[in-house]
Design a binder for this molecule. Structure first.
Ligand SMILES: Nc1ncnc2c1ncn2[C@@H]1O[C@H](COP(=O)(O)OP(=O)(O)O)[C@@H](O)[C@H]1O
Ligand SMILES: [Mg+2]
Length: 146
């Protein structure tokens, strides 16, 4: 998905955003992308690049407090509809199911980004893509497809 890239180091938030853009441009629709890693590791930063690449508008803020944000896909070559950016930090599988999870992932015109995916492992589809974020130092992050 990140082309041949299994693992790379970014040295700034912008480089992580660029990686998000690159991944977005390779998506076809129907992806569930799990973003795993500690607080501050860059999951939301990556998501911002991803969302911007597909034409999401408005403030691309973390969904931590609202749990789920839906963005219309405006840059639409593939007839994609929405990106759902989910943060399960404060909730669990049942809360996510109650937000219409099954319908959302069933629609192959949607793309779903999940921060803290390990908290809803029981409802993640088998085809989910996992990306791991690790803090190397203040400005560097190791990002790998796992
Ligand atoms: N290489 C980097 N990649 C991503 N974020 C970085 C990087 N270097 C520094 N940062 C900073 O680390 C923080 C990452 O925060 P965020 O993306 O919200 O993390 P998470 O969603 O994983 O908790 C931001 O303040 C960002 O500016
Ligand atoms: Mg976050």
């Amino acid at each position: 998905m990140l082309n041949d890239l299994r693992e790379m180091i970014t040295n700034s938030a912008d480089e992580t955003r660029d990686l998000g853009k690159k991944m977005a441009s390779n998506c076809k629709g129907g992806e569930v992308i799990c973003l795993k890693g500690d607080l501050g590791a860059g999951k939301t930063t990556f998501s911002q690049g991803f969302l911007r690449e597909l034409g999401a508008e408005g403030a691309l803020t973390s969904p931590t407090f609202v749990v789920m944000k839906q963005y219309a896909i405006k840059k639409n070559v593939l007839n994609l509809k929405s990106i759902y950016h989910i943060d399960t930090y404060r909730v669990g599988s049942k809360d996510i199911l109650d937000l219409g999870w099954e319908e959302i992932i069933k629609d192959k015109q949607n793309i779903v980004l999940v921060e803290w995916p390990e908290k809803i492992k029981d409802i993640l589809p088998e085809y989910s893509i996992w990306i791991n974020f690790e803090i190397v130092d203040e400005k560097s992050r190791k990002i790998s497809v796992i």
